[in-house]
Design a protein around this ligand. Structure first.
Ligand SMILES: *Cc1c(COP(=O)(O)O)cnc(C)c1O
Length: 389
């Protein structure tokens, strides 16, 4: 028995990738494993995703790219450019985010492709590629309406792509954009299709001049929203983890949740009516009852905002979490009669018997999204993989 564990079902992750591959047809799957694989463990997620048919991996930061490359999961573990101990993995690696000058060297050392949207950054990248003796692979980013990174002006994107193609130290690998509302089919007033309509001619122009480039736009939600967004590759994060991009039911899209968060009941105590539990006495037993103490708290990433507002599975049943969530403990009302003994498994996220609590349920209670629920699970909780990648 462990105090607490995040169990990661790699078979489910692999199957989710196979499901996405089937949806994508000829388009490639790029598995997004940033932020420690949305809390699931980046390396294990990467391996299972590749086993499930992903042919590229994407991260946000250079350090994340270096971690994958060092483990041989993608890119090349060859930071000095000297030939390296490990062969190339055959899996393309893409760093999506904005990079500092120091991060550029780290990303190039990992043989990651980089995102570019200004001539100034392109010059810097060319200079660093020459200095390191590395050819930098470049994905030019169009801001078709997200309003974050990327060039708004489609003509500027075409000119940047031309400049990349003309530089012997650079290789034009892709042209891409990112959607702001793919996950809000009911509320986006057509904005998703507006973005698509802005990106399409830019992608076409770049592709016409440079037929080898990979055109990509879709995140998980877009994959299910419209095949028009698939182009040559989709960048899927949330769906590979079996989380619903639309915050409802992942199984409706053939996806299976990958992560469960499990602990145990460490103590079971008789509470007389009126006895309070925890900091601030935020709950008092309305009648005589039994309270179970679970050694899991916000120090593990169980958000304190769930105080008095979620369920915990014990012995295949839902019980209400009562009182304030502390850093290391939370408490559950087991009712006036109980057979629960210390040592019984307690599940915060996941299935137990016929009952299941999904990340989507906790996200709704917290007024956030499932992405944040799993990504918030802290390193104090060990990740344990099950199933075959
Ligand atoms: C995180 C991220 C993705 C993955 O999005 P999901 O909604 O998790 O599929 C795709 N593209 C970019 C640029 C991202 O930052």
């Amino acid at each position: 028995m462990e105090r607490a564990v995040a169990r990661i079902d790699l078979g489910a992750l692999r199957a989710n990738c196979e499901r996405l591959r089937a949806e994508l047809g000829d388009a490639r799957l790029c598995a997004v494993v940033k932020a420690n694989g949305y809390g699931h463990g980046a390396l294990d997620a990467a391996r299972a995703a590749v086993a499930g048919g992903a042919s590229a991996l994407a991260v946000a930061t250079a350090a994340e790219a270096a971690e994958l490359a060092a483990a041989g999961a993608a890119g090349r573990a060859d930071p000095d450019g000297a030939g390296g101990a490990r062969p190339e993995s055959g899996v393309d690696l893409l760093t999506l985010g904005a990079l500092t000058e120091a991060e550029v060297d780290v990303a190039l050392g990992a043989d990651s492709a980089l995102s570019v949207w200004t001539p100034g950054f392109l010059d810097l990248l060319g200079a660093r590629a020459r200095a390191l003796g590395r050819r930098a692979r470049v994905h030019v980013k169009h801001d078709s309406g997200m309003g974050r990174l990327g060039a708004f002006d489609g003509e500027a994107v075409v000119r940047l792509a031309r400049a990349v193609a003309a530089d012997p130290d650079l290789e034009l690998a892709g042209v891409w954009t990112h959607f702001a509302t793919a996950d809000e089919p009911d509320d986006d007033e057509g904005y998703f299709f507006e973005q698509l309509a802005r990106f399409e001619p830019v992608a076409e122009a770049v592709h016409a001049e440079h037929p080898g480039v990979t055109v990509h736009a879709a995140n998980s939600a877009a994959v299910f929203r419209s095949a028009r967004s698939h182009f040559d590759m989709a960048r899927c994060g949330v769906a590979i983890y079996g989380l619903d991009p639309f915050q409802l039911d992942p199984t409706a899209h053939g996806l299976t949740p990958v992560l469960s968060l499990r602990s145990h009941v460490a103590a079971v105590k008789r509470f007389p009516a009126g006895q309070s539990v925890g900091y601030g006495r935020r709950w008092r037993a309305p009648a005589d009852t039994w309270v179970g103490v679970v050694p899991l708290g916000y120090g593990d990433g169980v958000r304190r905002a769930l105080t008095n507002d979620c369920d915990v599975l014990v012995a295949g049943r839902r019980y209400p979490l009562v009182g304030t969530i502390s850093m290391d403990n939370l408490t559950v009302d087991l009712g006036p009669e109980t057979t629960v003994e210390p040592g019984a498994e307690a599940v915060l996220i996941g299935r137990q018997g016929e009952e299941e609590i999904r990340a989507e349920e906790l996200a709704a209670r917290l007024d956030t999204i499932n992405y944040e629920v799993t990504t918030a699970i802290l390193p104090r909780v060990p990740r344990r993989t099950t199933g075959d990648a």
